[in-house]
Design a protein around this ligand. Structure first.
Ligand code: NAD
Length: 494
């Protein structure tokens, strides 16, 4: 059984705490490796390493930093298969899905490589007589990222590319459940020419996270994970005076209007509901069937659910893999055991794959879910799609807007006016019009509203660059000493 190590000062190092956290193969249920949870001292070492590297990396020219991103992109691209297999082996998602995650991650590297253009400041010549005013954006220093299990490559890439290209140095605390990819990314960054210490990885859990939050040299925290932890990280980080963006959980509603193409809507609901076994923050977890769409839609989804091939990532015909852990699988299955007034249309617990030793649960469909039941109110984060039936668009909109979360949502309709009205009315950060998983491309930014994001700035893209830099405005004059005089008045523009 091997240890998945930390990465400090450009090299992999063993943990010292003796507190081993297991890493499973979700397809077999067997433990395959472990991480040694970082102590506060080890985490402090990682911050010190990043702090030492900061002056050197900050001084690297913009074109040099962009060049590292270009090389990093080439290296990640060349190792696509290896990285995707590593993701699948620890997360359980299919290799094709893992490759899809990586492709979205690559977009973030490409975006960051354009930083010389994107970090240009403003310049106002002759703002006053002989006075020029200009703005520049400077890096923050050491920044930290804390990431969830469900996207072990993409979410770190959402953060680290922009952070590094802006001249910051970085400490990553990846999920302890699928930590290997973090080391691969660290090694590829090293090969791409990033100086040692500019990127560090501490494996572990809450102790490492809280040490990062409290450390005075950590200037900003980017977090992605569940809402209770996102809220706690945001509150503790901002109390310490730090810049924090903390993305939380989701309950994404897909509204289907009566005029929608039922076949296309069912295809979309099934793809977005069960892809990655529902363990995506942008997964559709509630289908809101409006009016007459409900009966044919539930029938069409049911028919498709029956055809989903569930199996280990090593089976090339599998479309959906296991869940991340036994506890999580049992928790998700619990919602099917106690459906209350809801009607379980397809019960994934009876899928043949559940007889395998891995953490499998078949795709499940639950109709007529009451909006006060845990099936509706909880983020389930598994292959359980809930259907809520309503009579009108207004009722559908109210459901989305009253929900605690506001990550993504989608509307399915052939009525452009209705779609535009939805886009205008809905209280959500990311909206799809006939697109069920509206993850923005890398040159926009990603973020939800309400309990799906604590903080002001969305992640990656232009808002990511803003997050990882702070503004400085310079007012400059080169006066003729002969015209100099004492003037106690308030500085004025002439
Ligand atoms: P999680 O909140 O359990 O863990 C996220 C990270 O926080 C991990 O690195 C973990 O080690 C750490 N952590 C866990 N408990 C902690 C604590 N008490 N104090 C400090 N750190 C702690 O989330 P997860 O189970 O890894 O990921 C799934 C969750 O992430 C879901 O809720 C999902 O919706 C959310 N998610 C959101 C987005 C988004 O963009 N909004 C993206 C991906 C995942």
């Amino acid at each position: 059984m091997h240890e998945i190590k930390h990465w400090l000062d450009g090299t992999a190092v063993e943990g010292t705490s003796g507190r081993r956290l297991p890493v499973y193969d979700p397809a077999t249920g067997e433990q395959q490796a472990y991480v040694v949870a970082a102590t506060a001292e080890e985490t402090v070492r990682a911050v010190a390493s990043a702090q030492r590297a900061y002056p050197l990396w900050r001084a690297a020219s913009l074109s040099r930093r962009a060049e590292v991103m270009f090389r990093f992109r080439e290296l990640v691209d060349a190792h696509r298969k290896e990285i995707a297999s590593l993701i699948s082996a620890e997360h359980g998602k299919t290799v094709a899905d893992a490759a899809g995650e990586l492709a979205r991650g690559l977009e973030n590297i490409e975006f960051a490589a354009g930083a010389p253009h994107l970090l240009k400041g403003g310049f106002s010549e002759q703002a006053s007589s002989g006075v020029d005013v200009y703005s520049i954006r400077q890096p923050l220093g050491v920044v930290a990222g804390i990431t969830p299990f469900n996207f072990p490559a993409m979410v770190p890439l959402w953060m680290l590319c922009n952070a590094l290209v802006c001249g910051n140095t970085f400490v990553l605390k990846p999920s302890e459940k699928d930590p290997s990819v973090s080391l691969m990314l660290a090694d590829l960054l090293r090969q791409a020419g990033l100086p040692d210490g500019a990127f560090n990885v501490v494996q572990g859990d809450r102790e490492a996270v809280e040490t990062l939050i409290d450390h005075p040299d950590v200037q900003a925290l980017s977090f992605v994970g569940s809402t209770p932890v996102a809220r706690a990280v945001y509150e503790r980080g901002t109390r310490a005076g730090k810049r924090v963006q903390a993305l939380g959980g989701a309950k994404n509603h897909m509204v289907v209007l009566p005029d929608a193409d039922i076949g296309a809507a069912a295809d979309a609901a099934v793809s977005a509901g069960y892809g990655s076994a529902g363990e995506r923050c942008m997964a559709v977890s509630v289908v809101v069937a409006v009016g007459a769409s409900a009966d044919p839609l539930v029938e069409a989804i049911k028919e498709r659910v029956g055809r989903i091939a569930v199996g280990p990532a090593t089976d090339p015909s599998a479309e959906m893999g296991p869940l991340i852990s036994r506890e999580h699988r049992d928790r998700v299955a619990g919602y099917l055991a106690e459906p209350g007034a809801a009607e379980v249309v397809v019960d994934g617990r009876s899928a043949p794959v559940c007889a395998l030793p891995g953490f499998f649960l078949g795709a499940s469909l639950v109709d007529r879910v009451p909006t006060d039941s845990p099936l509706y109110t909880d983020e389930i984060f598994g292959p359980v799609l809930a259907v809520v039936r309503v009579d009108t668009y207004e009722e559908a909109l109210a459901l989305v807007n009253d929900n605690e979360f506001g990550n993504g949502t989608a509307i399915f309709t052939r009525d452009g006016g209705a779609a535009r009205q939805f886009q205008y009315d809905v209280l959500c950060g990311m909206v799809g019009v006939n697109v069920p998983v509206p993850v923005p491309v890398a040159y926009y930014s990603f973020g939800g509203w309400k309990s799906s994001l604590f903080g002001d700035l969305h992640m990656y893209g232009p808002e990511g660059l803003q997050f990882y830099t702070r503004a400085k405005v310079v007012t400059s004059r080169w006066p003729d000493p002969a015209t100099s005089e004492v003037d106690l008045g308030f500085p004025k523009v002439r």
